[in-house]
Design a binder for this molecule. Structure first.
Ligand code: 5AD
Ligand code: FES
Length: 348
């Protein structure tokens, strides 16, 4: 316990730890150490962001994907997935609804779908930015060439989310097909940063074969990348993937990692993710209380929501955007936080 407190204080002081110290802190964590960590993490986020919680409207515009990540429900080999694409008009409708509900950030997320050529993506970005110049536009559409990323940026995209998933290349290769590598993923992230995007990365907690060493390497990589946002959530089993028989990650370890991230990058944006809300009915509230400061409710049309199934039992698949918005408002207020209507740019 003393050792844990010492390491948490050291993390707060130095904003980093050695790999060995990260491993120690993670493997020897106790509920008491976690409470101490969360108190410091909340203090830190209150300094920079107060009790404000930023919202991002997530538009899941295609579940076609050319990749075959072993954990992911929309992997190309999953023949049970009911595939869909939203038209530009559908997407603009989502934005209109979202804008009316106070969203000032739209996140376009999808599988790696060749139908959406660079030309189509650029047109989509321009249409959205034309209509909503006061909104931030985030893309989350996977690995692309540096040139493609540059074109999207010039068309007006402000931010890009691309989780590194796991920093360790051997672990990465156990979660992905050989066509995908940790090296290529990291290169994309460095390119995005260099182009000028506000960048979000992140990883799954409790993914198959993950060890404390891997988590330590994730922390070291994130420290080095110094992203604007870090999205983490528990790995959750999807029945139609090769990981159907694996066990899901835990609420407890995910919250602990969130607290550590807040102390390491005090000004970063940290979402309390939908996956966190899926493994525990109070997961998102607990995420906020562990240091998170963003929620990303779904703006996708209800008709397609259950088809964007990355993992089993995903929450909010039956709710209208307005319902999610007011539900989160209530949930945040119940724990002393408030949702704000703002772009919510990162201070990091
Ligand atoms: N469980 C939890 N998270 C998942 N993701 C993909 N599949 C799963 C799963 N089974 C996460 C990945 C990806 C993000 C969009 O969703 O980390 O980057
Ligand atoms: Fe689509 Fe992994 S299956 S990115």
């Amino acid at each position: 316990m003393q050792k844990q407190i010492f390491l948490i204080d050291k993390l707060k002081e130095d904003r980093t730890l050695t790999k060995h110290e990260w491993v120690q802190l993670i493997t020897e964590r106790t509920p008491e150490a976690a409470e101490y960590l969360f108190a410091l993490a909340r203090e830190e986020r209150h300094i920079h962001y107060g009790h404000d919680v930023y919202i991002r409207g997530l538009i899941e515009f295609t579940n076609y994907c050319k990749n075959d990540c072993l954990y992911c429900g929309i992997r190309k080999s999953n023949s049970h997935a009911n595939r869909y694409r939203l038209s530009e008009e559908d997407i603009l409708d989502c934005c209109r609804t979202g804008y009316g509900l106070g969203f000032r950030t739209f996140v376009l997320q999808g599988g790696e779908d060749a139908f959406y050529t660079d030309e189509r993506i650029v047109r989509l970005i321009s249409s959205i930015k034309d209509r909503y110049p006061d909104c931030a536009l985030t893309l989350s559409i996977g690995e692309k060439s540096r040139e493609s990323y540059r074109q999207y940026f010039e068309a007006g995209a402000d931010r890009y989310l691309l989780r590194h998933e796991t920093s360790n290349s051997i672990h990465y290769s156990r979660l992905h097909p050989p066509s995908l590598t940790a090296k290529a993923r990291k290169e994309c992230l460095w390119n995005l940063k260099e182009i000028g995007y506000q960048v979000g990365t992140g990883f799954m907690v409790g993914s198959p074969y993950q060890t404390a060493e891997h988590l330590a390497e994730d922390m070291l990589f994130i420290r080095e990348l110094n992203p604007h946002m870090v999205g983490i959530g528990p790995f959750i089993v999807h029945r139609d993937t090769p990981f159907a028989g694996q066990t899901s990650g835990t609420l407890e370890l995910t919250l602990f990692m969130l607290g550590l991230l807040r102390l390491m990058l005090p000004k970063a944006l940290l979402p309390a993710t939908t996956a966190l809300g899926t493994i525990d009915p109070n997961g998102r509230e607990l995420g906020i209380l562990s240091g998170a400061n963003v929620v990303m409710p779904n703006l996708s049309p209800t008709g397609v929501r259950k088809d964007y199934s990355l993992y089993d039992n995903k929450i909010c698949t039956g709710d209208e955007a307005a319902e999610c918005r007011s539900c989160l408002e209530r949930r945040m207020e119940a724990i002393g936080y408030r949702i704000v209507t703002a772009r919510g740019d990162s201070l990091n």
